[in-house]
Design a protein. Sequence first.
Length: 205
Amino acid sequence: MKLWLICSAEGQMPAGALNSEEYRAARREALNAAVIPEGEKLLRGEGRRVCVSSAPCARACAGALCPDAEYTVCAGLDEAEPVPGLMPGIALPLALRARLDAPKGEAKRAARKRAEELIEKLEKDGRDCVLFSHPGQLPLLMDALRRRGYCFSRFSSGAVRPLERILATSRTAHCGGCAHNCMLSNPGCGVGRDKARRAGIPFVR
């Protein structure tokens, strides 16, 4: 099973300083914005399950990037509500307020549990999937996948960025014979081709 994790494009967050209440309202407004990405490469939906969070921005991205697919709303892709952090009534720069008010405690545990339950359901289904989520929830999904032995392919490092696409594949689908760690469906050396043959995995010759 292959999973494409896509960070939805969201509405613009305010540039000024925010207190906790203003930050939570701004996050809700950003998630409720139906931002339509333009100029992005489309994803084929045939044979793949497309799942989105309940946020309008995720549904808008799915409609734009997978126009031929029907999608399913999954709670495991929803981003947890920010939790008032230190000095909740004091306006602070956006980056600092985001760190202070990031979901924690019970809110984070609940979001992590939703992510783990979703991955379990997807594995039982077994189909390739495209998942549209958000910067706060995607790291929890990646943690759940990492614990289940998945590898990630991405073009950047650090925090997940809007419209970033991350490919998650099971470690057993990779060669592991050298530093390239090619997928057995497209091995780049004799070791990988031999492993693919023994595993009965058709590969590009």
